[in-house]
Write a protein that binds this ligand. Structure first.
Ligand code: N01
Length: 532
């Protein structure tokens, strides 16, 4: 059975009444699926996954622009518990990663838990029932004891606020909503943005279009991409001697992890890497003027370091021009720059990234007393271990604040959080705890430490403006400040002492779930669960 073809057949029909579930997971990308698989492996099956679309895959379903591929090696950008011996390249392309996630969905029996076309409209914590009341855009309602967000940090497209944008008469779309029906061959195309997405699709479309105007605000640092096909011999070894793939994964992990020295420990180490990037640029761009245009003026690592072997050759083509003058406005058939030059355009593509600083839209997640998470995060997003937040009992985030990485695989971080949540759930079950809520002081001092480290790190001191930093406060609310293994270590133990724990007050004749909760005494809560 294919997870993409059969969105509804595995799901029992929902009745009109609110669906009761112990655990609700939102999203079926790496985070949601990883959580679901590990829950099943732990024997926990009372959960449902709400997915807004009609198939699984998250970012690897939504982003399907030409050239879309992972910029982390696939042997390490995949679940540790589901190695894939069939990767065809070191850096797999989007269709292969999407197929991998669909395969995991089938292989681990997750499809029966999926409810497609369920876009979360609101999740409100009901203080009386101690449950999350979920409402979906399709009108469905769920009630869940535990809410786990796997909604991802890079799921909401960011459109630039350029005057006249709505007057454009040609085709226009964001890279995340690529319009494959839009004819680009022989057309005048404008691309706004030169980030990780644009440097992948520009080389794909440049040879097809009549002219490509690339509007660059900040040039990225770009390193050579050590990509190659995975040989049949390697695939054979991975299939028949699985430890060989484990060795490959570990070696890649260590190699990527070593890059944290430059990011977080000693930014001067970035100079060596910067020299490699400068040589890459010199080799691929013979024109000194274009080279100057493409050379960043900030320290490497301040923004995400990109990798590509075909971007510089693409922008060196005679039919491509790189414009660095700011955009004044968009007219019905042109982009007009601040120097008054009109750039006539048939099709406009926005490679302008994602709304990262505000992971949840206003009104969607509301905790105790109906407090909107957007208000809780008015001074920048924060959470304990990027996972839990005071005032939001039994709410767990995967890829929450300060869990992003610029140097290693996000799947490693996702798995760390998944295991942490699993331990929390097991301990709650063992101690008959109905609800937990991270202690405000624990969360506060954790974030103080994180922010202290981040304020000294290259992302804040490297002389650039990036989406890692909250535009309102300048705080880095997205990245984990250092080695990924340290996050794994921090999440390896779940300590109930970090949490306020609540248990039902026994009341004769009361239905389960309707008794009032009372806070469990501290000493009873001071236990911890270690990695199993
Ligand atoms: O977005 P971005 P992306 N006028 O934010 C420019 C992940 N990803 O979609 O740098 C003019 O990096 C903006 O300019 P500036 C990865 O984590 C992963 O490319 O802000 N320009 C920038 O050039 C990545 O980091 C993979 O000055 C405007 C660009 O638009 C993240 O997704 C692959 C503008 C946005 O770049 C986002 O990448 C692809 C304006 N008003 C993506 N507004 C993997 O392989 C924005 N820009 C794992």
């Amino acid at each position: 059975m294919n997870a993409r073809m059969t969105p509804h057949d595995a799901a029992p029909p929902d009745a009109g009444a609110p669906v009761e579930t112990d655990i609700a997971i939102i999203g079926s990308g790496f985070a949601g699926l990883g959580m679901a698989i590990r829950l099943r492996q732990a024997g926990i099956t009372d959960f449902i996954i709400a997915e807004k679309a009609d198939s699984v895959g998250g970012t690897w379903r939504d982003n399907h622009y030409p050239g879309c591929a992972c910029d982390v090696q696939s042997h390490v950008y995949s679940f540790s518990f589901a190695p894939n011996p069939r990767w065809t390249r070191m850096f797999a392309c989007q269709p292969e990663i999407r197929a991998y996630l669909e395969d995991c969905t089938q292989r681990f029996g997750v499809q029966r838990h999926l409810r497609f076309a369920h876009e979360l409209a609101s999740a409100v914590y009901d203080d009386t029932r101690h449950r999350w009341q979920l409402t979906f855009a399709n009108g469905q309602q769920w009630s869940a004891r535990v809410l786990i967000s796997g909604m991802g940090g890079l799921s909401r497209a960011a459109m630039p606020n350029i005057p006249g944008i709505e007057t454009f008469r040609g085709k226009s779309f964001h890279s995340q909503h690529w319009d494959h029906g839009c004819p680009l061959d022989g057309k005048r195309v404008a691309v706004i943005g030169t980030g990780a997405s644009a440097i992948q699709f520009v080389p794909q479309i440049a040879p097809r279009v009549a002219h490509l105007d690339l509007f660059q605000r900040t040039p990225p640092w770009i390193m050579p991409k050590a990509d190659r096909p995975v040989t049949p011999l390697e695939q054979w070894l991975f299939r028949h001697l699985p430890f060989t793939q484990k060795i490959m994964r570990s070696a890649l992990y260590c190699m990527l992890e070593s890059r944290a020295f430059g990011f977080a420990i000693h930014p001067s180490l970035m100079k060596t890497a910067q020299k490699v990037a400068e040589r890459h640029l010199r080799r691929q761009v013979p024109d000194p003027q274009l080279r100057a245009t493409l050379t960043p003026d900030y320290t490497m690592g301040c923004k995400r370091i990109l990798i590509s072997n075909d971007y510089f050759p693409a922008v060196s083509r005679p039919n491509v021009s790189v414009t660095t003058t700011g955009i004044a406005r968009i007219e019905e058939d042109a982009v007009v720059t601040t120097d008054g030059v009109r750039h006539p355009v048939d099709c406009l593509i926005f490679g302008t990234g994602f709304q990262v600083a505000d992971p949840f839209p206003a009104g969607v997640v509301r905790g105790r007393g109906g407090v909107d998470i957007v208000d809780t995060w008015r001074d920048g997003a924060h959470a304990y271990l990027g996972t839990t937040l005071p005032g939001y009992p039994n709410f767990f985030m995967i890829v929450g604040p300060n869990t992003g990485l610029g140097h290693n695989s996000m799947v490693f971080m996702i798995e760390s959080q998944v295991e942490y949540i699993l331990r929390a759930l097991k301990m709650m079950q063992a101690e008959r705890t109905a609800a937990i809520e991270v202690r405000p002081q624990v969360e506060h001092s954790y974030n103080e430490q994180i922010q202290q480290k981040l304020s000294r790190a290259i992302w804040s001191t490297g002389g650039c403006k990036s989406w890692y930093l909250d535009p309102k406060t300048g705080k880095n609310t997205t990245l984990w400040p250092g080695f990924a293994y340290k996050f794994r270590r921090a999440t390896r133990t779940f300590s109930m002492a970090d949490y306020l724990a609540y248990s039902p007050v026994p009341q004769p004749g009361a239905q389960p779930g309707t008794q009032p909760l009372t806070q469990v005494h501290d000493s009873a809560a001071a236990t911890s669960a270690q990695t199993s």
